[in-house]
Design a protein around this ligand. Structure first.
Ligand code: ADP
Ligand code: GN1
Ligand code: MG
Length: 371
């Protein structure tokens, strides 16, 4: 969108919220694959403040108002907890919704778009690629604490903002439907990727099977724990704030840990095409295990602990299947920056699944060694 239009859009959005400050300027922000995120600068009687305005992707999230009910409940619960603990940085440690002029946690613009506004979490940032093991430790600790906090949310079950989000067998079925339809005429060129996915149907069914048999419990989980969804303090590297709460809903703790492994332990980025460089960093995996177990050991059961290493493989496989499906459907879900982006992401994820397969027993030993 041209800069003038961005400013015009954000000016309109800012008037829909109870900002109590004057809009100065704003720009597209971040590297998320789903929502349109803007950083906006405001002037509050001479004080410069930043806010995040986000247009919720309603192609992906079909029930945005229910979604915002979840987000408001979870963020209010976090804030209450932090204030009760006397945390001096309570408002930096959780997202908080700026109310609309109608007192709602969202606002709808003249074109029907659904928007929300959060204060910008300053002096912290999310990483697409981690730099140190300490960052992995801190990020995992923060996501583990988030699960712990969510465990005593109380009240009604959260809305499922995307039903069957991590139901991997259903993701595989969706791939098969996309192969059959072949709507973008791409199936022939991705035969080996299709074979790779279909050969792993049994893996896809493992966690859903354990949930169905009651061995793995349903918990309130984040479900999108990629590393750039936790902001780390610029100075201390501590996990300051877990963000991107759109998929916070009933799930399995393993979905969260698995997605941390997917994003924190590879030697390359999710869409790197130089697959010769791609491997799993076991030192970083160990930091992740230590950070996560530090927060989560007290509540995980035996079956969950036994599947921590496997969850990394599962979530990477699932994500690869989703990129492949989107490629076959003509790139309708994930934002792309180039025509082959989704298939490049898929190849990277499948190469990482293969890397985990080679190291799975070492990963399992690392988990046992840190119990
Ligand atoms: P998406 O669902 O598209 O991934 P996110 O909610 O993760 O959207 O936001 C995209 C990016 O914007 C994040 O990765 C982060 O860098 C930044 N961001 C989002 N909310 C905030 C916030 N309150 N403070 C600072 N940065 C934020
Ligand atoms: C999306 O929104 P973002 O960029 O944090 C996706 C995740 C995928 C991830 C792959 C709602 O996450 O499920 O794992 O891309 N979010 C949604 O990078 O589909
Ligand atoms: Mg995100």
């Amino acid at each position: 969108m041209p800069t003038v239009l961005v400013a015009q859009t954000l000016r309109e959005v800012s008037a829909l919220f109870d900002m109590r400050a004057d809009f100065v300027h704003g720009y597209l922000y971040g590297s998320g694959h789903i929502n349109d995120t803007y950083c906006a600068h405001y002037d509050q009687a001479g004080l410069r403040l930043r806010y995040i305005h986000q247009r919720i992707n309603t192609n992906v999230f079909k029930t945005p108002i229910e979604l915002m009910e979840n987000v408001e409940r979870v963020t209010k619960h976090s804030l209450d907890r932090l204030l009760a603990e006397g945390n001096p940085e309570a408002r930096r440690r959780t997202l908080t919704c700026v109310p609309s002029i109608e007192g709602k946690p969202y606002a709808i613009d003249s074109a029907g778009n659904v928007w929300r506004t959060y204060p910008f979490i300053e002096r912290a940032r999310g990483y697409d690629e981690l730099e140190t093991n300490e960052q992995a430790f801190q990020a995992a600790k923060a996501f583990g604490s988030f699960q712990k906090l969510a465990a005593d949310l109380g009240g009604a079950r959260l809305h499922e903002t995307i039903p069957n989000f991590h139901n991997t067998p259903k993701r595989l079925e969706a791939l098969q439907v996309a192969i059959e339809a072949d709507s973008a005429n791409r199936a022939a060129e991705v035969k080996s990727e299709i074979e790779f996915a279909l050969a792993r149907a049994a893996d896809c069914a493992r966690i859903t099977g354990l949930i169905a048999s009651g061995e793995i419990p349903e918990r309130v989980t984040h479900n999108d724990t990629k590393l750039n969804n936790v902001l780390l303090d610029d100075v201390t590297a501590e996990g300051v704030c877990v963000i991107d709460l759109d998929t916070t809903m009933p799930g399995s703790a393993l979905y969260d840990f698995g997605d941390m492994v997917r994003t924190a332990t590879p030697t390359t980025r999710e869409d790197d095409t130089d697959l010769d460089k791609l491997d799993i960093r076991l030192d970083r995996f160990e930091s992740l295990v230590q950070g996560y177990l530090g927060s989560a050991k007290s509540f995980l059961n035996e079956a969950e602990v036994a599947n921590l290493a496997f969850s990394g493989k599962l979530l990477t496989l699932e994500c690869g299947i989703r990129f492949l499906t989107d490629y076959l459907q003509g790139d309708v879900y994930f934002k792309i920056k180039r025509p082959n982006h989704n298939i490049e992401r898929c190849r990277n994820q499948f190469a990482f699944v293969a890397a985990i397969e080679r190291k799975l027993s070492e990963m399992e030993k690392i988990v046992s060694g840190n119990l």
